[in-house]
Design a protein around this ligand. Sequence first.
Ligand code: ADP
Ligand code: MG
Length: 364
Amino acid sequence: MPLRTYIREMRNAMTPLVVLTEEGGFFGQTRRPWVSLDIGTLCRHVERAGREVRRFTFQDVATRAVDIHDSAVFYAFSQKENTRRYITDVVWHLAHGSNLLIPSFDLLMCHENKGYQELFRRQRGLPGLRSAYVVDSRQAAGLDMSFPLVVKTVDGSNSDGVFLARNRSDLLRIAGRLEPRVGILARCDLIRRKYFRRPRTYRDYPEYTTRQDYLQYREFVVPRRRLVVQEFIPGLEYDFRVLAMGDRYFVMRRRVVSGDFRASGTKLFDFDSDVPIPLLDFARAAHSKVDAPFLSMDICPHGDGWALLEFQALHFGVSALKRGRGCFMRAGERWQFTAGVGDVEAEMARALVAHLAAAGSTPA
Ligand SMILES: Nc1ncnc2c1ncn2[C@@H]1O[C@H](COP(=O)(O)OP(=O)(O)O)[C@@H](O)[C@H]1O
Ligand SMILES: [Mg+2]
């Protein structure tokens, strides 16, 4: 082995893995979003593979100013909005140093954010559907897309923010209904500003009018909701959840209930049966375009091929792994099914260690 390669590999092997969790070691998720992985066990698996692990919380970094540099940083996502923003601040702070973030900051942005996923997908050339990411219902109403369309809130799950608009009036109704409600106090205040304010003048702002100020204030305070509007694939009876863990692919088929087009959240699963080879090829190609050890993908048939509906690099459901019989792996030019693989922490550790070795975890 050339000396330079040897030195690089030695440095890579010595780069510690920093694991960042919430307080109390919470690192989502297993059974449900509020149930943590056993991060201690995961770390032990990584250590057994010869990689030093150092554990901290996000708070350690933010308040005790623990200095993390020249490290591979594996960190938890959160579905709680406040914690999510905190994690985003801490992780972005660490991104500016000499660290390798796992998953990448882009993938943190994608988490529970179907809007950013659209931008990321376009940038990475991930095959999806015709979609538009808009800031509110007014922009949705102005889109030039042909119906029927699917309207999605950016942070919904289990299909609870996914709706079908057959025509423009459906779209206006759905998008309007999805806007947050204006609270009673804010509404009273708007009425006061509109009807009961005495006209004023400001010497420094001669263009000021009460009416104009009311309109500007209303625009400022009325809450809005970002949406993804997407072409609709008619007649789907199921979609697939494919969970990639390193080179292992766990597959679950999810069926729709009759009269609905949404498969996510129905809990009508089956595992490992009739898994189309092209689906596995598609999932593998999509995973290869995303720099992450794990990737949970919602994939549906589309025309002659497949479309990636959404993806999560962490904090995903693990039913495909826990409840399936095993996983698919490449063996040469073919796919091979291996039964009896389904320990979440062991699989994640394995994929993580392989990812570190392949990426060359020595940061730039
Ligand atoms: N564009 C679409 N055309 C047809 N069905 C769709 C489309 N987008 C989503 N679905 C269906 O709705 C379900 C939920 O959509 P998804 O975007 O995955 O949101 P969620 O985060 O709620 O799972 C999917 O599992 C799929 O069955
Ligand atoms: Mg989904």
